[in-house]
Ligand binder design. Sequence first.
Ligand SMILES: Nc1ncnc2c1ncn2[C@@H]1O[C@H](COP(=O)(O)OP(=O)(O)OP(=O)(O)O)[C@@H](O)[C@H]1O
Ligand SMILES: [Zn+2]
Length: 662
Amino acid sequence: MSQALDPVLQVALDVPLPRLFDYRGSAEIVPGSLVRVPFGKGVKTGVVVAVAAQSDQPADKLKAVEAVLAVTPLPSDWLALCEFVSRYYQHPLGGVMSLALPPLLRQGKLPRKLKEKPAGGAETVLPVMPVMLDEQVVAVAAISAASGFAPFLLHGITGSGKTEVYLRAIATVLERGGQAMMLVPEIALTPQLEGRVAARFPQARIAIAHSGVADAGRTRGFLDAHAGRADIVLGTRLAVFMPLPRLQLIVIDEEHDGSFKQQEGLRYSARDVAVFRAKQRGVPIVLGSATPSLETFHHATSGRYRLLELTRRAVAEAPPRVAVVDTRREKLQDGMSAALLAAMSERLQRGEQSLIFLNRRGYAPVLACPACGWISGCRRCAANLVVHLADRRLRCHHCGLEAGIPRACPDCGNVDIHPFGRGTQRLEAALSERFPEARILRIDRDSASTPVKWAALLDAIHEGSADILVGTQMLAKGHDFPKLTLVGVAGADAALFAADFRAPERLFAQLMQVGGRSGRAALAGEVLIQTEYPSHPLYQALIAHDYAAFAAAQLAEREQAGFPPYVFQALLRAEAKQLDDALAFLAAARESALALGGSVTLYDPVPMRLFRKMTLERAQLLVESASRPALQAFLTSWVAGLYNQKTPRDLRWHVDVDPLEF
Ligand SMILES: Nc1ncnc2c1ncn2[C@@H]1O[C@H](COP(=O)(O)OP(=O)(O)OP(=O)(O)O)[C@@H](O)[C@H]1O
Ligand SMILES: [Zn+2]
């Protein structure tokens, strides 16, 4: 009898179902508590979302909570944040919470206690702070004077001192006793930035949160933030979920960066979630970039966000000179023009560094037999195996499949098979033949495969023990290399005509970023872009350093063509062993959508561009609306119904709201 009076706990568990689970609890368990509960044959960790007087289930069917974790219950704004993300991205709440929790808490464990060491210490040296430029002063003042929810776009050219603005704004927040959260892209979270923040705030406690931090450390950081002990949270997209009782400021550096969007499981945009969070908590948020996403720029020009601009470089006199090299009438040598090679020789003679940007790792994108037409395809994906000569392997960049490099064509036996195309390894090899005296470093995800290797490469560049850098976009962001005065772009034209409507936006941002690495110190910088389309407006905008003109032209095109940010999109994707199964599921989903009505446009199900991955066939269905609320309302009722749609056993589906990849 007495058991019936025990409160019923509604618990979010990480299972792929859009519902909560009821358990019998006790009076001291409140919403936000972490609990261990029996589930199926095992035990799961979950978050108590609500406490109710009774359950829809018969009282004797309810199981009891096994244990409560010794963690202060998560606050209601954290629960509300997860609920928003669950609703907006159409993802079960338990899955959202599981992702939002740090690794150990997710498993129902606690980190071992560390001996408390006081933050800072007597020997701390006061950081040297530069005298601010006028535009920086204006920006910091505007951010610090803001009260309540206030979104800012800090649009500053590369090297204009955006980071300095963030640090000053954070300093104000700390003086007022607040907490600040700063998110950076996956790749730019270098020890450099961590060091810079730590050096600036020697008295502050900083919680670092990214995938490179060990489970226990991340969990401790989360608990420090939650308890209000951490003053600054610095991390990648997953840090957006850190509970912060005294939150007063959010900073998103390089807000345009694609790594803020998670591309698997819960497909959320940490930038967009951060904007929601700023609104929810009534605090300012600063989105910073030299090349803002068109979505954000559109908000800034339409007055929803306040635009702050930094138009001058903080240290160097002027941004680098950008020029195009017309390669239409020239026979390139290993993919390089005479002009680029001459510019590199000059740098070598002067003891300066050059960076050649080629956004394709490996030796060559494919191995092929000219006799029979065989190419090195991946047997699991609709993609080619990339030639990696450094360790003599063929490798699929989508599924990781590896194979040795065959001596002869596997189909016809021809021994004269060739790598086609060019990646960073091939460029590196060609350059070391051409400049045998030069010290060449290749920087891509293969050479910088671990944080330790990456840090060693960065050190080598800083010490000046490299003359020529060959690198992918890994090198593009957030680095200051004082001796780097030349950036060469080996070839980027393909993106001008890609099917993806966001390709030009990405290319512009990449080239602006990578170009911005040159001439950041006392030496003047130069950027040479090899192209067969020298008069293309995108390159012309780069030459003129005119982001605004480029953005305006792109936005006009998008509006004309009906692309985001003028429409809102969601994708329903399905994958199965048979393409027909995936397409049939989507066709049925489309039927149920038509029956629902609503002001959305439904396209036909189509195979994805990468239509096979890991032996699964993949297809998708695009839904669009000019109204975000209309799209949201439609998705909510549609997706709820999809859980009841009958599917073949091997079929998996998911929804991607505001998709970046098609
Ligand atoms: N007011 C200033 N006076 C002198 N130096 C400054 C000033 N502001 C910033 N700097 C220096 O200029 C360099 C570039 O600044 P910062 O890294 O903040 O620029 P950024 O805009 O974030 O660059 P990017 O986006 O290109 O990485 C740094 O070395 C920084 O210490
Ligand atoms: Zn593959």
